[in-house]
Design a protein around this ligand. Structure first.
Ligand code: FE
Length: 336
């Protein structure tokens, strides 16, 4: 559709709903999103269709969006921030760009460990960071926990993504929360000693290195596994759910928070509640092969096929609280 007809459509909507005094003013929400357009646009369209509320949005990476919110301050047009990783959501709350919200609907729909205890942000989909292995060169019976990947039997067999990525900072932060700094540092040193290659730039590269025979095991977010296997179903890779006898698999969220200076706060809260509802949760999670945060909603069949697992129910906000400590620990351990 041409730019002209798009703006013409918006203008028509304004004529129909925006005339003052008719009591029909269309509600509007402005969203800043670190999730890309392809993932969020279908949701916005569905919501507009259902409620008439218009949604304007801007997408960018999480860093620039947070900077933008800080710079704009009270003048920001944004009502809602959508981003990935509890570490980023936690940072946004700490930087003062989010508002706390008390909502019975959100509290009922989103499990307590997947949202901020003070209501500054809410997880909307769950991503599991788990073990991936080569089905020809590693056996599930050899695998057990994240900690076990530090044992000498994995020497020269492990591939990891760089410690610069927030996903690994969150994983290590959660390990600190669960077992303290000294034990976690010992484990991370063990990982580094077992590395078959320098840390790799992304999760897909980790799996490609395993498939190519450079290493036998790694740690990745499950949706990258789903994407890669869709393209390359021939690859001899499988997921393993670690720590099932103790705390469970490390999970993180993508989620959202109402901005501190929202101009359409009530409308934005209504939209956030809708995002957590049974009808929207599959739309939010499935396109990126994630798990719905709302427990009443089943994952997409392709995701469910990876099997069910026990997840760590420590509050994901710990990933933010302990992030700086995790970064320093990884640095001391020589994890680049
Ligand atoms: Fe990702």
């Amino acid at each position: 559709m041409s730019q002209f007809s798009k703006s013409a459509r918006r203008w028509v909507a304004a004529m129909l709903f925006g005339l003052p005094g008719l009591g029909l003013a269309a509600e509007e929400i402005v969203v800043y999103s670190a999730r890309n357009e392809q993932l969020i646009k279908p949701l916005f369209d569905a919501y507009t269709q259902e409620t008439g509320t218009q949604i304007k949005f801007l997408t960018d990476s999480e860093g620039p969006l947070l900077e933008k919110l800080k710079t704009e301050g009270a003048a920001t047009p944004a009502d809602l921030l959508i981003t990935v990783d509890a570490g980023n959501l936690w940072l946004a709350a700490k930087e003062g760009v989010l508002a706390n919200v008390q909502s019975k609907t959100l509290e009922a729909n989103i499990p307590a460990h997947l949202r901020d205890p003070d209501g500054y942000w809410f997880g909307l989909s769950v991503r599991a960071r788990t073990i991936v292995y080569h089905t020809g060169r590693a056996k599930p019976a050899e695998l057990s926990t994240y900690e076990d990947l530090a044992s000498p039997k994995w020497k020269g067999r492990l591939c990891l993504r760089t410690s610069k990525k927030v996903y690994n900072q969150s994983l290590v932060a959660m390990m600190i929360a669960r077992q303290g700094e000294a034990k976690t540092e010992e484990i991370v040193k063990g990982w580094v000693a077992n590395l078959a290659t320098e840390p790799l730039p992304d999760d897909t590269k980790v799996m490609e290195a395993i498939a190519a025979g450079q290493c036998d095991v790694g740690i990745v977010n499950t949706y990258y596994y789903g994407r890669l296997m869709k393209k390359r179903p021939d690859l001899k890779l499988a997921l393993f759910w670690p720590n099932q006898q103790d705390r469970g698999v490390h999970v993180n969220v993508s989620g959202a928070g109402i901005t501190a200076h929202a101009k359409h706060k009530a409308a934005a809260i209504k939209f956030l509640e809708w995002l957590s509802s049974e009808k929207a949760q599959n739309l939010f999670a499935d396109e990126n092969l994630e798990y719905p945060a709302n427990r009443k909603v089943k994952p997409h069949p392709n995701v469910a096929a990876w099997g069910s697992f026990k997840q760590d129910t420590i509050n994901v906000s710990e990933a933010g609280r302990l992030q700086v400590q995790a970064v320093k620990l990884m640095d001391r351990a020589g994890y680049k």
